[in-house]
Write a protein that binds this ligand. Sequence first.
Ligand code: 5GP
Length: 189
Amino acid sequence: MKGRLYIFSGPAGVGKGTVLHLALERLSGIKYSVSCTTRAPRPGLDKEGETYHFISEDEFRRRIAAGDFLEYAEVHGHLYGTRRDIVESALEAGTDIVLEIDVQGAFIVKQKMPEAVMIFVKPPSMEELRRRLEGRGSEGREERELRIKNAEAEIACADKYDYVVVNDDLEKTVDEVINIVKKNREELQ
Ligand code: 5GP
């Protein structure tokens, strides 16, 4: 049986990376798709090949032309793309795979692969999202304001997702994500 594709989206600062990381630690048979990006690594947070493959814009454009990406998009002024080879080989091998990608990329993938399961992580409120973004301090003021502006547009797309989870309590949100994956596996049997 082929693996199942999951798409995981949500605005910057909502905690989706943490939620996903904790959920994947407790699930087996599902892997994380490491994207390519032209953004600079965040010192102390990013690790080449684990969080992203960090490549130049020239290299990114070369890979677009070669058809290497299942989808790609410009997000917050940088290019991000999903490697087609990683996704296809996981699904062929019967392994589930999750893409942590923005809403533009999510809809491109859903169009190509309608069986993909889409999960959106929402903040409890915009005030809380702003507070979390300021707290994490990984961006300057200008970059942060851009992310907040983009968040509103992204949240407006949440109702097109199959599942929406509100990250107000980390443990509860992780449980919800795990239950979504388990439920989809049961339905496949
Ligand atoms: P960050 O730079 O904060 O890690 O990610 C910024 C945004 O880009 C997030 O919304 C993240 O989900 C999205 N993103 C990461 N990888 C990809 C990708 O391969 N494709 C698309 N479309 N978005 C991505």
